[in-house]
Design a binder for this molecule. Structure first.
Ligand SMILES: NC(=O)c1ccc[n+]([C@@H]2O[C@H](COP(=O)([O-])OP(=O)(O)OC[C@H]3O[C@@H](n4cnc5c(N)ncnc54)[C@H](OP(=O)(O)O)[C@@H]3O)[C@@H](O)[C@H]2O)c1
Length: 220
């Protein structure tokens, strides 16, 4: 869901040539022709190197669900490979779309969260001043599943409106983390593009409340 919004936003910001590392180049959107496509698999790090030559900033929205070992591989190993390759090629900024802490859910989706946190650690070690970690909760927008468009914002938008003013509730033991406000996919994409293109954007962890705050600012 996020890849297409991110790419259209990046092209809109007109900072420089946008490159997309992807398993496929099948997107039909009008902007897709302005993108330099690199086909690659983050689980085969050698397939990345050429795509990173001369690159200043990387945004990774790579993630996925499945068995715990698969989730660790996609959210952890694949992204860790991307961080290592970026460091080797002298990339200055690396923006990683991670995920908020959901308490009990973290346990049920161990591979997902352990993978995300392992990537965060790698990023903070390899690029301590160039790593930006976005930690959204549930991301809403329109998700394309085959030919069907799922309007996740029907639920996500009202919840975002209510919960963004109720940070205090997230401190309630056990259920608190489930009350983290959802955030629209365009907000996350806007902040990711700002983080990648604005050298004054702060490095480190950006939680969902900061994502909401940064997304209301004018740039990008
Ligand atoms: N959706 C949510 O509610 C939510 C909440 C918190 C955090 N997040 C995180 O936000 C990010 C974007 O979410 P989303 O909903 O847009 O996810 P998504 O639609 O499942 O997209 C996952 C992305 O990972 C890429 N990918 C998977 N395996 C890869 C590999 N081996 N090599 C290269 N690329 C690979 C896919 O590329 P291809 O398209 O080329 O296959 C796709 O662009 C994810 O990291 C997710 O964990 C999502």
């Amino acid at each position: 869901m996020m890849k297409r919004i991110l790419m259209s936003r990046l092209l809109h910001s007109q900072t420089s040539t946008a490159r997309l590392l992807s398993g496929r180049s099948s997107l039909k959107d009008s902007w897709a022709e302005s993108v330099v496509w690199h086909q690659g698999d983050l689980l085969s790090p050698d397939s990345l190197k050429d795509s990173l030559i001369g690159v200043n900033s990387v945004i990774s929205c790579v993630g996925g669900f499945g068995s715990n070992s698969y989730m660790y591989k996609i959210n952890g190993t694949a992204n860790i490979n991307a961080v290592k390759a970026a460091k080797e090629q002298g990339v200055k900024r690396f923006v990683f779309v991670s995920a908020a802490d959901f308490g009990l859910v973290n346990y049920l989706l161990r591979g997902y969260y352990e993978g995300k946190r392992a990537t965060e650690e790698e990023l903070m070690t390899e690029l301590p001043h160039g790593g930006v970690i976005l930690r959204p909760g549930f991301i809403h927008g329109t998700r394309q599943v085959g030919s069907i468009k799922l309007p996740l914002s029907v639920i996500g938008a009202p919840l975002e409106m209510i919960l963004k003013h109720a940070k205090v509730l997230t401190a309630i033991p056990l259920v608190g983390p489930l009350l983290i406000p959802p955030v629209h996919v365009t907000s996350v994409a806007k902040v990711a593009v700002s983080a990648a293109t604005d050298p004054t954007f702060p490095h480190g962890i950006i939680d969902v409340y900061s994502i909401l705050q940064h997304s209301q600012q004018k740039s990008a």
